[in-house]
Design a protein around this ligand. Structure first.
Ligand code: HAM
Length: 445
């Protein structure tokens, strides 16, 4: 039995044996050991955003449901199956944001940003929610980094977003990535093309799986997202939007590719790329990383984006406003950094352990802690342990460089014992000078 004044020293049993409440399916804790990866990603994002002149925006987790039904599109998987939507006690229909672009557009219109010098360049980092079947790399709560350029029609903006994304991944030391790119055209290309595609799909309806066929009634482009073998064959031979672009969309796409060539960014024009959200026009792209899983190569999308020239008007904007952007999944980035063997030091590692014996020493230690903290030295103690042996065991577990020992006698003499944990050697030093002494020694490490 533990004394109520002491910390629990018993080995902790496996959680499964005592069964407390667990986190919801597909929603995970980000543990301290993973935080250096998250911090590194956030840090790189902040620096890149500043270098490209993107300003940070944070939007609410909850939005009015019609923002997404209108913005992302009625027939999409996100709206049809994956939104966490509910009615509040006050009767409002709200949804936990499944993506960030529609929210950024709402904020852009709500705060009169069209009146600011354009283009408006915004970025965000935060949690998003989709009720998907959880699997490797697919969660119900996940985090995205997003960049949006509003009110720019130039192909240079598309190229800039891809350049920024590619550079970010290089900075995170994620290798072997490919840029998959295509164009979904503008309204002028889309209307006659969809006629053609519908006619083709009607001809091949017999060889399509039932749930796929249902989707195609509202979103014929979804044929390119159907994963079943039979559908894949139909998709391979279907007319492609990229071969049916209007002159303006064709020129735009060609210019984007020329810019990527100039930037020496490797890309693959992929006519089957359609993206799962309805708001895209013209350029669409995804960043794929090929991952070997049990000997089977699988492509994982680290990020995706493109142009959405109609979205701002669709969400109530009074004038046509071209825009484009990208979002990357942070969990997937962390996984890739780990599988690439990127090692990150925990910068919060303590360097000093403060062992104290007796009440007066404990009291003085609190003050000493403050002095050390002011000098930027991370120190730890175990105030719940009274024996020196057990405190030194803790110091070993923390892996600190030095342990300071303060007892009644040292306190009376105005001294403190410093133990070098690597050599085990001990020195008695002046308590009044100890912070400076440690600082000097740490500098030499
Ligand atoms: P998205 O392709 O739906 O695009 O998501 C972008 C990235 O978020 C994906 O490539 C993936 O890395 C990550 N992601 C998506 N769903 C999940 C999930 N369930 N679990 C883990 N990671 C996930 C968008 O959201 C658009 N708003 C991107 C955009 C910005 N387009 C223009 N501007």
């Amino acid at each position: 039995m533990n004394n109520e004044n002491e910390a629990n020293e018993q080995p902790f049993p496996d959680q499964k044996t005592f069964g407390t409440i667990q986190s919801p399916r597909g929603m995970h804790d980000i543990l301290p050991e993973d935080q250096p990866y998250w911090e590194c990603i956030r840090d790189v994002v902040r620096k890149e955003a500043a270098a490209y002149n993107f300003e940070r925006i944070d939007t609410p987790i909850l939005e009015a449901t019609p923002l997404f039904t209108k913005g992302v599109g009625q027939g999409t998987d996100i709206v049809e199956k994956e939104m966490y939507s509910f009615k509040t006690k006050g009767g409002d229909a709200l949804t936990m944001r499944p993506e960030g672009t529609a929210s950024v557009v709402r904020a852009y219109l709500e705060h009169g940003m069209p009146n600011r010098p354009s283009p408006i360049k915004l970025y965000y980092i935060g949690p998003f929610f989709r009720h998907e079947s959880p699997q490797k790399g697919r969660f119900r709560q996940f985090h995205q980094i997003g960049f949006e350029i509003l009110n720019s029609a130039s192909p240079a903006s598309d190229a800039e977003i891809i350049q920024l994304t590619y550079g970010l991944l290089s900075k995170l030391k994620i290798k072997n990535i490919t840029i998959q790119i295509s164009s979904l055209g503008d309204n002028e290309s889309r209307v006659p093309y969809l006629e053609k595609l519908r006619a083709y799909l009607r001809e091949h309806a017999a060889s399509l799986p039932a749930d796929c066929k249902k989707k195609l009634r509202t979103r014929p482009l979804a044929i390119f997202d159907c994963k079943e073998e039979k559908a894949l064959r139909v998709a391979q031979n279907a007319p492609k939007i990229i071969d049916n672009l209007s002159k303006a969309s064709y020129t735009h796409f060609k210019q984007v590719l020329e810019m990527l060539d100039e930037l020496e960014l490797p890309y693959n024009v992929n006519p089957l790329l359609v993206r799962g959200l309805d708001y895209y026009t013209r350029t669409v792209f995804e960043i794929w990383k090929s991952n070997d899983e049990d000997g089977e190569a699988r492509n994982i999308a680290l990020g995706g984006g493109g142009r959405y020239d109609n979205l701002i008007q669709m969400l109530g904007g009074p004038v046509a406003t071209p825009a484009g952007g990208v979002a990357l999944g942070i969990e997937r980035l962390v996984e890739m950094m780990k599988s690439e063997g990127v090692e990150l030091k925990n910068t919060q590692k303590p360097t000093v352990f403060l062992a104290q014996l007796g009440f007066d020493a404990k009291k003085r230690s609190l003050k000493l802690f403050d002095e050390l903290r002011k000098q930027g030295i991370i120190a730890v103690a175990s105030f719940d342990r009274d024996s020196l042996k057990s405190q030194l065991k803790q110091a070993d577990r923390y892996g600190v460089l030095y342990t300071l020992m303060l007892g009644q006698k040292e306190l009376l003499d105005g001294r403190i014992i410093l133990r070098d944990m690597a050599t085990g050697s001990q020195e008695i030093l002046k308590l009044a000078n100890i912070t400076k002494e440690i600082k000097d020694r740490l500098k030499k490490h």
